[in-house]
Design a protein around this ligand. Structure first.
Ligand SMILES: C=CC1=C(C)c2cc3[nH]c(cc4nc(cc5[nH]c(cc1n2)c(C)c5CCC(=O)O)C(CCC(=O)O)=C4C)c(C)c3C=C
Ligand SMILES: [Fe+2]
Ligand SMILES: [Fe+2]
Length: 337
C-alpha cells in the first residue's frame, strides 16, 4: 500500500480566542515562520501578539466558520476524500490518502501513524502549496522528519516541492475563472492575489515570489487577458517588517480611487478557501474597495473539491507515487556499480 499524506497549514479547533491562541502559538513559534532570534521574538509573541491577536482573529474566524468546522479543514478534507475515492476506483487497495495539518489537528504525527498502521511502506508527502516557501513547504518537511525520529522503521519517503507551473494546475485555475465569468458575467479587472511573505525571505533565497509570478503569467496567458485586464498583489501582511509588494489592500484602494468599478479577485495560492480568502478578501477587501469608490468586488472561490481540480490534482500527483510501481526505477538502482 502506498500512503499519500496531504498537508495543509492548520487552523484553530474553534473560532474562539483560546483556540486561536493555541493555534497561533504553535504556528508563530516555528523558526521557519518567524526567523528572528528567539530571545527577541519570544517576548513579542507572548506579549502583544498572543494577548491581542487571538480575540480579533477569532472574530474573523467566527464570520466564516461552517457548520462542519473551519473552511480550511473542511475543504482540505473534502479534497482528500475525493482523491481517495477517485483512486480507489482505478487502483483498488493501492493507495491510502490521509490529511494532516502542520499546526494543530489532525497532526502530522497522527496522519503518518495512520498510514503506517494501514501498512504503507512508501509515503508521498504533499504540501498543499503550489508555490514553494521555506515558511510553509520546508516546515512540513521538518514536521515529517520530526515524526520519523520516533520511528524505528522509516518508510520510503518522497515529497512534492511545488506545482506552481504544472499545466494541469494552470488549466484548473483558468477553467475555474472562465466558468465563473460564464455564470456571473465578466469583470473590468482581475486581481490575482497571493499570500504575502516577508521581503527578507526572498532576499535569503526563497523562490516564492518568482513562482507566484510564473503562475500569474501562465494563468493570464491561458485566459488570454491583455495587460490592462489584470493586476497581481500580495495579501495577509503580518508584523512590522516589509512584505512582498504591491500589497493587496493598497491595490484595492488604488483601483477604487482610480475609477475601476468592478473587480474580481482570485487567490491561486490557496487551493482551499480559508480565513485569508473568505474573510480577508471577500469581506474586508470588499469593504476597502467600496470605500475607495469601487462598486462591485467579487471573490472567485478557490478550487476546493471541484471535480476539475480533483482531476488536475490527481494528474499532478500520480507520477510521483506511480513511480514506485515502475520496475524501471528499481532496475536503474539495481545496476551493478
Ligand atoms: C499560501 C501560502 C502561505 C504562506 C507563504 C504563508 C506565510 C505566512 N503566514 C504568516 C502568518 C499568518 N498566516 C495566517 C493564516 C494563513 N496562512 C496561510 C497560508 C500561507 N501563509 C493560510 C492557508 C492561512 C489560513 C489559515 C486558516 O485557518 O484559515 C495567520 C492566521 C490568521 C490570522 O490570525 O490572521 C497568520 C498569523 C506568516 C508570518 C508567514 C510567513 C513568514
Ligand atoms: Fe499565512
Ligand atoms: Fe489574514
Amino acid at each position: 500500500m502506498i500512503g499519500i499524506l496531504i498537508v495543509n497549514l492548520g487552523t484553530p479547533d474553534a473560532p474562539t480566542a483560546p483556540a486561536v491562541r493555541r493555534y497561533l502559538r504553535a504556528f508563530l513559534s516555528d523558526t521557519r515562520v518567524v526567523e528572528l532570534p528567539r530571545i527577541l521574538w519570544w517576548p513579542i509573541l507572548n506579549g502583544p501578539v498572543l494577548l491581542t491577536r487571538p480575540t480579533r482573529s477569532a472574530r474573523n474566524y467566527a464570520s466564516i466558520w461552517l457548520p462542519e468546522g473551519s473552511p480550511l479543514l473542511v475543504y482540505s478534507q473534502r479534497q482528500c476524500n475525493a482523491l481517495q475515492a477517485r483512486w480507489a476506483r482505478r487502483f483498488p487497495d493501492e493507495v491510502r490518502v490521509e490529511l494532516a495539518m502542520r499546526y494543530g489537528n489532525p497532526s502530522v504525527a497522527r496522519g503518518m501513524a495512520a498510514l503506517r498502521d494501514a501498512g504503507c511502506h512508501k509515503i508521498l508527502v504533499v504540501p498543499l502549496y503550489a508555490q514553494y516557501a521555506a515558511a510553509t513547504t520546508a516546515s512540513i518537511f521538518d514536521a515529517v522528519a520530526h515524526t520519523l525520529r520516533g520511528w524505528r522503521e522509516i518508510p520510503e519517503i518522497r515529497m512534492i516541492r511545488d506545482w506552481h507551473a504544472h499545466p494541469a494546475y494552470i488549466r484548473a485555475l483558468a477553467e475555474n475563472i472562465r466558468a465563473w465569468w460564464q455564470e456571473h458575467g465578466p469583470a473590468e479587472r482581475l486581481l490575482i492575489s497571493f499570500h504575502g511573505l516577508p521581503q527578507a525571505c526572498i532576499t535569503r533565497g526563497d523562490p516564492y515570489r518568482a513562482q507566484c509570478e510564473k503562475t500569474t503569467a501562465l494563468l493570464v496567458q491561458a485566459l488570454g487577458l491583455s495587460d490592462d485586464q489584470w493586476t497581481q498583489s500580495f495579501q495577509s501582511r503580518f508584523g512590522a517588517a516589509q512584505w512582498l509588494k504591491p500589497y493587496t489592500d493598497k491595490m484595492l484602494m488604488e483601483l477604487g480611487r482610480s475609477g475601476v468599478r468592478r473587480v474580481d479577485v482570485v487567490c491561486p495560492g490557496f487551493t482551499a478557501d480559508c480565513v485569508e480568502t473568505l474573510q480577508e478578501i471577500a469581506m474586508e477587501g470588499k469593504e476597502t474597495f467600496l470605500q475607495a469608490g469601487g462598486k462591485v468586488l467579487r471573490y472567485i472561490p478557490a478550487l476546493n473539491d471541484h471535480p476539475r481540480w480533483i482531476d488536475a490534482f490527481s494528474e499532478i500527483l500520480e507520477p510521483h507515487w506511480r513511480y514506485w510501481e515502475d520496475p524501471e526505477h528499481f532496475a536503474v538502482s539495481a545496476q551493478p556499480g
